[in-house]
Design a protein around this ligand. Structure first.
Ligand SMILES: [Zn+2]
Length: 150
């Protein structure tokens, strides 16, 4: 028997977190979400879990599928904030992004930075007034994206 906490149906999530499917990074993403205040015992965000979140938003065919899900969740729950969580090395990015496999750590970080920026722009244009946050995690720590050159 699992330890079940009753669900408070009157509560509406106000944030949507987009994680990579790679479960090894879930704990890091959840911890960061708590640090940044978008997840807590009282603040329970929605989540979309997809391989390579920034890539999947930016790439045309997967973006066409994902954007309606995001639109639907924002409408359903009135979410006002979206956080995108990338990580490296990401197997999905390795298989699908030109130059990623051959790149060193700095190169991978730069590729994620470009994809996260592009994903942020797509979401900002698609969903006016929604606060978009982007995050990148390495195997040992969260990367400060502000240190990347524009
Ligand atoms: Zn991944």
């Amino acid at each position: 028997m699992s330890d079940y906490h009753p669900v408070e149906l009157g509560y509406m999530p106000d944030a949507l977190l987009m994680y990579c499917s790679d479960g090894r990074f879930f704990d890091a993403h959840e911890s960061s979400a708590e640090t940044h205040g978008v997840k807590s015992e009282d603040r329970l965000p929605d989540r979309i879990v997809i391989p390579g979140p920034s890539y999947s938003i930016v790439e045309e065919s997967s973006g066409r599928v994902i954007l309606p899900y995001i639109r639907g969740l924002l409408k359903l729950h009135g979410c006002t904030q979206i956080s995108i969580y990338d990580h490296f090395p990401c197997g999905w990015m390795t298989e699908n992004t030109e130059g990623y496999r051959e790149s060193d750590e700095a190169g991978k970080i730069a590729i994620h930075g470009r994809h996260l920026k592009a994903a942020e722009e797509i979401l900002s244009q698609s969903f006016k007034g929604i606060d978009i946050q982007t995050h990148l995690f390495g195997p040992k720590e969260e990367i400060d994206l502000s240190r990347l050159a524009a």
